[in-house]
Write a protein that binds this ligand. Structure first.
Ligand code: SAM
Length: 359
């Protein structure tokens, strides 16, 4: 019950543009520790972050020297609500820059921030001007604008490390980046991201929520990921394969509408199969582009969802093993030819006819 409510809360957050999930410092630290070598002499921009409260800002300001940063910028959006009931002047968006000198404050207050002329939307010209000066964008952007957010980073050719919903993998624009090796998953995913601070007015349900030692309300939706184009060690580690296709063919049914086999769990990817394999999307968390090639997402040859005997398993990513070892290639070829021979025998055709037929 609790879990369902939280998922629906997150879905609602997505739909209603109610994007107020704030990232915890501990989650930022446990991801960022894997990228320390990327930040030397770089300008980091947190473009969905109030520098007075953002833990992204806090992380980079506190680790400024250790990372060797050149500059840190954080900017904050302020929605402009003007309607019949709200005629008061809105506060504009604002930003703060930190260069790591002794005189500067690591924790700015309202007197230190600089107001934009506009709302500080990450798509506004003022925010884009700051983006152009930056090298790496690190933040948790609004869930509802994730596609646009990533498209802008790609357009301005920026490095990034951002939090999104696991579903983002299934967006065609995002999958295209992953397939093309222009983006990949970070280290932590799902439960690896412990939870988000939500505003006071959020109601907490069930066991996946808590109040932390500072009195913050924390919600743990368990369906978020880090998306990045900064290299990390994990994407160079092979998935250890132990299972075999030949001899266990029944465990790997073929798709009706694609020449490939279905694999239900990443750990069950067979080491001796050189053709196409459909794997669950969680495979991407272990994906090493030197080991596997991503071919396609979800659809078979007829552009309908991949199916087995008319039924569609969950979304699958079609992959191919790039590094099937030579010993296995020889073995698979021998086994395939044995299978063909067996099938032909079953049809009652003799070996001689078979040779004749193949000529
Ligand atoms: C998921 S919250 C994360 C906040 C902060 N980055 C963090 O991780 O703690 C997304 C933030 O984006 C802000 N936001 C919403 N729409 C925005 C926009 N168009 N441009 C920039 N920021 C926006 C929201 O006000 C909210 O603070």
């Amino acid at each position: 019950m609790g879990r369902k409510v939280q998922h629906s809360l997150l879905t609602k957050a997505k739909k209603n543009k109610n994007d107020e999930f704030y990232t915890q410092l501990s989650d930022i630290e446990s991801e960022l520790k894997h990228y320390k070598n990327h930040f030397k002499d770089k300008v980091v921009y947190c473009n969905c972050d109030d520098p007075r409260i953002s833990n992204f800002f806090e992380y980079f300001a506190s680790n400024f020297k250790e990372l060797g940063l050149k500059k840190l910028i954080a900017s904050c959006y302020r929605e402009q609500k003007n309607d019949l009931f709200n005629t008061e002047k809105n506060e504009n968006g604002f930003f703060f820059e930190y260069s790591g000198t002794e005189e500067e404050k690591k924790k700015p207050n309202s007197n230190d921030i600089i107001h934009f002329k506009g709302d500080g939307d990450f798509r506004s010209y003022e925010s884009i001007e700051l983006l152009k000066q930056s090298d790496i964008v690190v933040t948790n952007p609004p869930f509802s604008l994730f596609r646009e957010f990533v498209a802008q980073l790609v357009k301005y050719d920026k490095k990034f490390l951002i939090i999104g919903n696991i579903n983002a993998i299934t967006y065609k624009e995002i999958f295209k980046l992953i397939k093309g090796n222009d983006a990949w998953l970070g280290i932590n995913l799902g439960r690896g991201i412990s939870g988000f601070i939500v505003p006071e007015h959020y109601e907490l349900y069930g066991t996946e929520t808590k109040i932390d030692s500072l009195g913050n309300k924390i919600i743990s939706p368990n369906n978020c990921l880090w998306l990045t184009n900064l290299d990390n060690s994990k994407r160079h580690q092979d998935i250890t394969l132990t299972k075999k296709y030949f001899g266990n063919e029944n465990d790997y049914p073929k798709y009706d509408n694609y020449d490939g086999i279905n694999v239900n769990k990443t750990k069950d990817i067979p080491l001796d199969y050189k053709g196409f394999m459909g794997v669950p999307i969680t495979f991407l968390h272990k994906f090493n582009p030197e080991q596997f090639e991503i071919i396609k997402f979800r659809k078979g040859n007829n552009e309908k969802d991949l199916s087995i005997n008319g039924k569609c398993p969950y979304f699958r990513i079609l992959i191919k093993n790039k590094r099937i070892q030579t010993e296995f290639i020889e073995l698979t070829e021998k086994q395939e030819s044995q299978q063909v021979t067996k099938a032909i025998r079953n049809l009652g055709i003799s070996d001689n006819q078979q040779v004749y037929a193949s000529k």
